[in-house]
Design a protein around this ligand. Sequence first.
Ligand SMILES: [Zn+2]
Length: 202
Amino acid sequence: MSAQSAASRYGKSLAGCMHHARVAGDEPLQWTALHAPVLVLNASYEPINVCAARRAVVLVLKGVAMMEEANGHYLHAACIAMHVPSVIRLLEYRHIPHQTRALSRKNILLRDRNTCQYCGKILAAGELTLDHVIPRSRGGASTWENLVACCHSCNRRKGNLLPHESSMKLMREPRAFNLHTSRHIMRMMGRSDSKWRKYLFY
Ligand SMILES: [Zn+2]
């Protein structure tokens, strides 16, 4: 048996073990403790993710991560007894690629918050279309920088004109949608957990 399949088999038996895991305390507390969010740090201590306590425990038991902070609950299962983590850290550094969302109609509308970028109306997705700022007929590409959410009436008005020719101004410069959001979300969650704070606010 290869090392990899041994590891995956070990992981599976741990997951099975976790199935019957109990956290000391009353019922609602048990559920909450195993589903509580856990901050995941890279080996470099850089915050990279948030996962459920249950998953964090499996990562610790598999030797992939170590516990940096406990959340105050104690876990009892057939094969283990340990503190439930609040912060874990990966033992091996993981390269995190720049997360860039795929260019799609859905993601353009998400970036532009369902707002027509010419008149500022907020509309349902079905009432919006995508406008090529530099029209395709004039060499405009289908890119993050050249596509914006647009209502049908502005789209008709603009036609094949460039924004300055139609005197229609964009509300803001369209940009690629990078996910800096995940760090923002971690910070929002970290505000309520003092154990996370020192890893998030620096
Ligand atoms: Zn409009």
